[in-house]
Design a protein around this ligand. Structure first.
Ligand code: UDX
Length: 481
């Protein structure tokens, strides 16, 4: 390494969507590339940078890599904007596109960037990178199953699969290659529901464009692994030239760092972590606690919150529940839970935090099940720690993810589209008792395969090596003046 001149060191610009579930895995990828001695610039919003530095030791984590630096860009939104409101995410994308464009061009040219690793959803950046001739590697924070169904959407509209009627929800989707024997209309991404003809056309147009951009990218990187999603990855490979599956990134990074340094990688949080739940878990028997978290974006109505709460208390299981300050729809906040038996049940068996150290919680011996919204990061974290899931998907990719978790991988149960108290109670009992052993057996096979994939010689390990070599090769191709 000492013999390498600075012009031979690749400089990678990493640009994530400014949301928790996207920044986390891309910070892990940034660190993996730092370990390969690359120069990395991590471009994210001023707003998120403030949260990360306030709540984590992120500065310390990266200070040991002299080639790493942050650059920040305003997201173009007023301070009071609820950036994580799932119903207003389009404002975040628009604001970011308008404020980041000029800065992005300056960085790509002025900082002599070798390649841009771009969150696949930041479509405005493809054009700029192409203008200044910097190769783009698209990155997906979702599973290959979601990526593949997105590829299918224009054809599904053309073939009349979309729009579909409410009463067709349990029928199989006819024109989704590789998925037509098990994927129901109910499992399609949430934005495929309740469409009229004109919104269908818009959807078709939008995804034809998005897919075109991904196909034009030099390569496509996914936070998944071959043993989990081989069939979907093969289908994607028919359309994209180079596809690198290198996940689960957080476990891959832990493996490369070795056990001593593992803890430092737990620094991706926008919210302050409440560590007190770990001592609460320390006092509980093995596999006795259900961990409940609906990720960083999902919101509940007061009625849904009540149904979950009653179901949890009536299940008679210990539960650790993440209730983010913005989990419940604001207008519903004025009527907090008051029933005595719920408060008593929670005092006896529950622990509620605003934000948990999720990976540490899932790895705790006391946790026996994960009641999750099925975000892709949560699924991977559950697989790595071998904890079976109960899925209540909220939106977008989570609906197809939960079908794969329950029907294909058999590592969890799917509670999609319902949340009445009796069902919650019964399914928690299924997760923790009746179906636990069966789920745990498939889960432990999958966990074993995960470990294999990120260990030396495994598929993700080898694919990351190839990705690193490909980025190095960009330098050799650069013109010398
Ligand atoms: C959304 C999508 O659903 C997901 O599939 C996509 O790829 C990214 O955006 P999100 O709601 O953020 O996801 O969920 P998830 O992907 O599961 O990510 C949440 C992250 O927050 C996880 O890494 C989880 O460990 C972390 N988390 C969550 C905590 O650290 N503490 C908590 O209390 C809750």
């Amino acid at each position: 390494m000492e013999h390498q001149s600075s012009t031979q060191i690749p400089h990678v610009l990493i640009f994530p969507v400014p949301l928790q579930g996207h920044v986390g895995p891309l910070l892990d990828l940034a660190e993996l590339l730092c370990l390969a001695y690359f120069k990395i610039t991590f471009l994210h919003t001023t707003h998120n940078h403030q949260w990360l530095t306030k709540h984590t030791d992120i500065e310390a984590r990266f200070s040991r890599y002299p080639g790493f630096k942050y650059k920040t860009v305003p997201d173009g939104l007023p301070d009071a904007h609820p950036r994580t409101d799932p119903l207003r995410l389009s404002e975040l994308f628009k604001g970011l596109a308008s404020s980041a464009k000029p800065l992005l061009r300056d960085i790509l040219v002025g900082d002599k960037v070798t390649c841009l690793i771009l969150d696949e959803w930041l479509s405005f950046a493809y054009e700029i990178a192409s203008e200044v001739q910097v190769p783009v590697m698209a990155f997906s924070t979702s599973g290959a199953c979601f990526t593949w169904i997105l590829h299918c959407i224009p054809k599904l509209v053309e073939a009349g699969d979309i729009p579909f009627k409410d009463e067709e929800m349990d029928k199989l989707v006819k024109n989704a290659p590789g998925m037509d024997s098990f994927l129901r209309y109910r499992d399609l991404p949430s934005f495929c529901r309740k469409l009229d003809t004109s919104s269908c056309r818009k959807l078709q147009h939008r995804f034809s464009g998005e897919i075109q951009l991904i196909k034009q990218a030099h390569s496509f990187i996914l936070n998944t692994f071959e043993d989990l999603e081989g069939p979907c990855l093969s289908l994607i490979r028919e359309h994209c030239s180079k596809v690198y599956s290198i996940g689960p990134l957080h476990a891959h990074l832990d493996y490369k760092l070795g056990t001593k340094e593992k803890t430092l990688s737990n620094t991706n949080n926008f919210l302050e972590v409440d560590q007190s739940c770990i001592s609460w878990l320390d006092h509980k028997p093995d596999k006795s606690v259900v961990y409940v978290s609906f990720g960083s974006l999902a919101i509940l109505t007061k009625d849904q919150l009540t149904e979950f709460w009653v179901g949890l208390v009536q299940s008679n299981k210990y539960f650790l529940w993440v209730i983010r300050p913005d989990l419940v729809i604001k207008s519903d906040l004025n009527s907090p839970i008051t029933q005595d038996y719920l408060l008593d049940g929670t005092k006896k068996r529950g622990c509620i935090v605003k934000w948990a150290p999720q990976k540490e919680v899932l790895a705790h011996r006391a946790v026996g099940g994960f009641f999750t919204h099925c975000g892709w990061n949560s699924i991977l974290e559950s697989i790595v720690t071998g904890v079976p899931m109960l899925c209540w998907p909220y939106f977008t990719d989570q609906l197809i993810n939960s079908r794969y978790v329950s029907y294909i991988w058999k590592i969890g149960l799917d509670m999609k589209d319902t949340c009445d108290r009796t069902r919650v109670k019964n399914m928690i009992n299924d997760l923790m008792e009746r179906k636990h052993d069966k789920l745990e057996t498939s889960m432990s096979i999958m966990s074993h395969l995960t470990n294999k994939s990120i260990s030396e010689g495994g598929s993700s390990y080898t694919n990351l090596d190839h990705l690193i070599e490909e980025i190095k090769a960009f330098i050799k191709k650069e013109p010398t003046f």
